[in-house]
Design a protein around this ligand. Structure first.
Ligand SMILES: CC(C)(COP(=O)(O)OP(=O)(O)OC[C@H]1O[C@@H](n2cnc3c(N)ncnc32)[C@H](O)[C@@H]1OP(=O)(O)O)[C@@H](O)C(=O)NCCC(=O)NCCS
Length: 208
């Protein structure tokens, strides 16, 4: 860590008080060197289910919540090294959420590995029905645009891009650009031509 970074962190931890400090960091399963989480941060409990890699930054007003699933196992959030995550991003971890290295996430993103059960005949409201959870994986080097929602059970492949405002309901393969609601792949990277190729135009694809 450079001396400038150390001074910046000390000022922000003890004077501005907008960074998660050393006592809070020690409650995480892992909090890598040079990583920062800005406050305010909504984070009730189960910090021991959260691992943050090295040199990762998470913006303010983020929400990290880990919950027990149907089997009473508590979801885990694992974020890799060198990630940049904007403001007001929510990580709702009923199932495990794994984010690789070098992932860029804009702001106002929802990543939810849980759904409430929705039995209208139950005697309890949806909010009290058991969570149905499925893991989410975002692989190395992805770029997730502003206001994206990523829903339970989804995997996003290496170095893929999700366009702003997209709702990701199905797996997105490696080296793909996906946009829309529900998100569909519109381009794939062609390593022979060294460029992104539009799949629906080139192959007369009309599935958008
Ligand atoms: C997806 C994105 C990266 C552009 O990729 P691109 O390969 O340059 O895409 P193009 O501009 O060639 O657009 C291809 C098609 O997708 C559509 N498209 C692009 N982005 C879209 C989006 N976010 N939602 C819906 N459709 C989108 C375009 O309208 C175009 O449609 P058409 O072929 O019918 O005209 C960009 O549009 C985007 O959403 N970036 C995120 C920006 C952001 O969140 N920034 C925050 C800073 S981290």
């Amino acid at each position: 860590m450079t001396i400038q970074k150390m001074i910046f962190d000390l000022i922000h931890m003890y004077i501005v008080r907008d960074l998660v400090g050393p006592i809070e960091k020690s409650r995480y399963a892992c909090f890598g060197s040079e990583s920062r989480i800005y406050k305010p941060l909504i984070h009730d409990k189960y910090r021991n289910r959260v691992s943050i890699g090295k040199d990762t930054v998470i913006g303010k007003y983020s929400r990290i919540q880990c919950y027990p699933n149907e089997n009473m196992e508590i979801g885990r959030l694992v974020i890799g090294d060198g990630c940049r995550i904007g403001n007001r991003c929510s990580f709702l971890c009923g199932g495990d959420i794994t984010i690789g290295n070098g992932v860029l996430m804009a702001s106002d993103i929802l990543i939810s590995s849980e759904n409430h059960s929705i039995n209208p005949e139950s005697q309890v409201w949806y909010m009290s029905q058991p969570l149905r959870c499925d893991k989410i994986i975002i692989k190395d080097g992805c770029w997730i645009g502003e206001k994206v929602c990523i829903l339970p059970g989804v995997s996003i492949g290496t170095k893929s891009v999700i366009g702003a405002g997209s709702i990701v309901t199905k797996n997105i393969p490696d080296y793909s650009i996906a946009v829309g609601n529900p998100a569909k792949v519109i381009k794939k990277y062609d390593f022979e031509k060294s460029k992104w190729m539009s799949i629906y135009k080139e192959a007369n694809y009309d599935g958008r």
